[in-house]
Design a protein around this ligand. Structure first.
Ligand code: ZN
Length: 135
């Protein structure tokens, strides 16, 4: 398996505009993209910190995974995303090692990345994303 960095942290927020008051106004980061991922029922906002990104996630519907997360656990860090070389191989490797996956095959995520989620039940409670730039 070839993980090369933390690509981003996914942070569940109730309201992106409100949250940006902290991330931009206090921390001085810059939001460079806002994108809706209709399939996941989320709106995302991206900020860069050096080589790593923060992905703010706001639910666009009450049955969005983000709405459910906030209902259960409140706002906060929702997932960790590793950049991986060879996402298919990495997924096969974790399957062989008995890890439960949410996505057995990569799919398109925000920013056009190929992404797949590992199930938090298999990862010590941390929703884990693999992602790879494929263009
Ligand atoms: Zn993510």
């Amino acid at each position: 398996m070839d993980l090369n960095k933390i690509e981003h942290l996914g942070i569940a927020v109730k309201n992106i505009e409100e949250s940006l008051k902290y991330y931009e106004g206090v921390l001085g980061l810059k939001c460079y993209a806002i994108e809706e991922v209709a399939e996941q029922k989320v709106k995302t906002a991206f900020l860069k910190v050096g080589d790593t990104k923060l992905e703010l996630l706001e639910a666009t519907s009450n049955d969005s995974p983000i709405a459910k997360f906030i209902e259960k656990r409140g706002e906060g860090v929702q997932h960790i995303a590793f950049a991986v070389n060879g996402i298919e191989n990495a997924l096969n490797e974790v399957i062989e090692k008995g890890i439960k996956l949410i996505d057995e095959k990569p799919r398109k995520g925000a920013e056009g990345l190929d992404i797949a989620f590992l199930h938090p039940k298999s990862t010590g409670g941390v929703l884990t994303e693999f992602c790879e730039k494929n263009n």
